[in-house]
Design a protein. Structure first.
Length: 193
């Protein structure tokens, strides 16, 4: 029975990453659903660790903000400041590596993304956008962005948001998901912020 670790929204926090380091060695497959960067200051450590130790990694909006010249005026001030700080800290090699990250991955019976068009997918109506991306034979969709745990099942397809490894929202704790066979388990962590 294969085991998988699914986590998201690290936001450059070495402290948050330390909570799952040992689990990476215990699972058969590791999946990161984006937002490696943003807010935190442990940029170099987190980039190196995630890109060298996690099996499947997608880009989040904070990676896009950091490696493009996208206009940030419409973003919240804290997001804008974080993106500008991160842009100033990235080396050319880091920019190249991050620019190569896909926004979506289809792997075996899984679809992995951070979000669709930066939407906060929180309701069954939003989840239909993920279902539409799942071709026949796809069992799981994994996504992040909202920092909220989601388990949603429809017609044999399972949608999971593991929550944020750094900071939960809307009453959720920091968390990740472990999948063993057909069992999806959310693991809550103590708050660090």
């Amino acid at each position: 029975m294969r085991s998988m670790l699914v986590f998201s929204d690290l936001h450059a926090s070495k402290r948050a990453l330390m909570d799952i380091t040992s689990i990476l060695k215990e699972v058969d497959l590791s999946i990161f659903c984006g937002d490696l960067l943003g807010y935190g200051k442990d940029i170099d450590y987190c980039i190196d660790f995630i890109l060298n130790n996690v099996d499947l990694v997608v880009s989040g909006d904070h990676e896009r903000f950091a490696v493009t010249n996208e206009n940030l005026e419409s973003q919240l001030p804290v997001v804008r400041e974080s993106a500008l700080y991160t842009r100033s800290r990235l080396s050319k090699k880091q920019m190249e590596r991050l620019s190569c990250l896909p926004e979506e991955i289809w792997f075996e019976d899984m679809y992995i993304t951070h979000s669709i068009n930066d939407d906060y997918l929180r309701t069954p109506k939003g989840f239909t956008k993920l279902l539409a991306k799942m071709p026949d034979g796809t069992k799981y969709a994994f996504f992040g962005h909202t920092h909220e745990q989601v388990f949603y099942e429809n017609c044999g397809k399972i949608i999971v948001n593991p929550g944020s490894i750094t900071k939960g929202r809307k009453g959720f704790h920091r968390s990740y998901a472990i999948i063993r066979g057909n069992n999806v388990k959310f693991v809550n962590l103590e708050d660090i912020l």
